[in-house]
Design a protein around this ligand. Structure first.
Ligand SMILES: Cc1ncc(COP(=O)(O)O)c(C=O)c1O
Length: 434
């Protein structure tokens, strides 16, 4: 039986609005006062609950959290404690994992352009799997393996299944930069090359379709394609590969009432698809690996902003906050939509739609459009934007030389800073030009 997920909608498991808005038992207005705004707030219980939901929905699988969604030392420690693996795709992510003693054999190392240094660090620290993305890196990885050692690798194959909320996050089709093409013969060539390298062990095949996928069908389709590829390896070389990694991408709710793909729904459909196809092809069922990122950390996060100005324009009302597209680039990158709530005071006024904008010198610096907020929203008010735990802090920039917001973890009535605010001094320190 799968463990139940937090209730639907974009707010984290412990977020409540009565009698006051709070997350992890801590009033959001107090957090804004204590840590300043903008600030990312992360609900530790929600993260842990989602990790458990994945593990109980997929008891036979290896669940590997995709660090690119959000990573810091505290997060890496929670993931380690919950028994998940970690998918990293840079030397930086690997360094954070190692700094909290994350077991190397539970780490999967990704990247379409891994640098020689990154590959060396990955092999030297003994990561569990390196995911091969191109033909050239096969001999590079083999050359780094110490005498007598063997590095497990997965081959990232293009399943040619298109899925994901925006073209920029669809990575399962031909014509994008990731993976080895079946159509061009690169996937088959990579299998042959890895099998010839005594320093490498081909553990299985990998694919990743894209991100913010909210229905199980694309995964079923990919499962069929990938099991067929496993069968092809068996038929050509007599080698049965034990693992099949289907990547991440499960969608979450950003708006009230939005449908999302639960670990249970995902698991039931995908496991069945893999089992059926394997049975049809006379193949043992491979061990599944899944790499959820957004669906583990996304709904656990919210961002607190303070209203700076309210401007009634001809066509709409702008509410300008002290945040910006550099703490949430998703609306401008992907046209992503968000909602917000007034927290910290009650208003008796009816809601009216406003456009939430940031403080950058760009007309496109819109954080959310058509957000219902009380008609008397005013400077000084604190707003909370939900579902900002994934691809916000990790994608934040310092555009206009504004430091990145802190991350505050809340749990059982207490709050603690886990990533501090980036100050002007931090930015000046990098500038060594004179
Ligand atoms: C290889 C791989 N695995 C997993 C993920 C995580 O995707 P998501 O955060 O949508 O679950 C990504 C995201 O880009 C990815 O590239």
């Amino acid at each position: 039986m799968s463990e139940p997920l937090p209730p639907g909608g974009p707010w984290s498991a412990t977020t409540r609005f009565e009698p006051v808005a709070r997350t992890g038992g801590v009033p959001l207005a107090d957090l804004a006062e204590r840590f300043g705004t903008p600030a990312y707030v992360l609900d530790e219980a929600d993260v842990r609950q989602r990790c458990r939901a994945y593990r109980s929905a997929l008891p036979g699988a290896r669940v590997v959290y995709a660090a690119k969604a959000f990573l810091c030392r505290a997060m890496a420690a929670w993931i380690r404690e919950e028994g998940l693996g970690l998918d990293v795709c840079s030397g930086g992510e690997l360094a954070i994992a190692r700094s909290v003693g994350f077991p190397a054999d539970r780490i999967v190392f990704h990247g379409n352009a891994k640098s020689p240094g990154e590959l060396r660090q990955a092999v030297e620290c003994g990561v569990g799997r390196v995911v091969v993305d191109n033909l050239a890196e096969i001999t590079r990885i083999a050359g780094l393996v110490p005498p007598g050692g063997r590095q497990k690798v997965l081959l990232r194959v293009i399943p040619d299944v298109e899925a994901g909320a925006h073209p920029a996050v669809r990575t399962g089709g031909e014509g994008q930069k990731f993976g080895l093409s079946v159509a061009t013969g690169d996937a088959a060539a990579a299998v042959a090359r890895v099998l010839r390298q005594p320093e490498l062990e081909l553990a299985g095949l990998h694919c990743h379709l894209g991100s913010q996928i909210r229905t199980p069908e694309p995964y079923e389709e990919a499962a069929h394609v990938m099991v067929e590829q496993l069968a092809r390896v068996r038929d050509t070389y007599g080698v049965v590969l034990p693992e099949l990694d289907l990547g991440g991408g499960q969608g979450i709710a950003y708006l009230e009432g939005e449908y999302f793909l639960t670990p249970a729904d995902f698991a039931v459909r995908v496991v069945k698809a893999v089992e059926e196809r394997a049975a049809a092809l006379g193949l043992p069922v491979p061990r599944l690996i899944v790499e959820p990122g957004r669906s583990v950390s996304g709904p656990a996060g919210l961002t607190l902003y303070r209203v700076v100005a309210v401007k009634r324009a001809l066509t709409r009302t702008f509410v300008a906050v002290d945040g910006r597209m550099s703490d949430n680039p998703r609306p401008s990158l992907y046209g992503a939509r968000y909602t917000a709530r007034l927290v910290g005071r009650r208003s008796g006024m009816p809601d009216r739609p406003v456009t939430l904008v940031g403080h950058h010198c760009e007309a496109g610096d819109v954080l959310a459009d058509d957000v219902p907020l009380p008609a008397d929203v005013r400077p000084g008010d604190v707003l909370a934007v939900p579902a900002t735990g994934a691809y916000h802090h990790s994608m934040a920039s310092t555009y206009n030389l504004t430091g990145r917001p802190p991350v505050v973890a809340v749990h059982d009535g207490t709050a603690r800073l886990i990533v501090r605010r980036e100050e002007i001094d931090d930015l000046l320190r990098r500038d060594v030009g004179l």
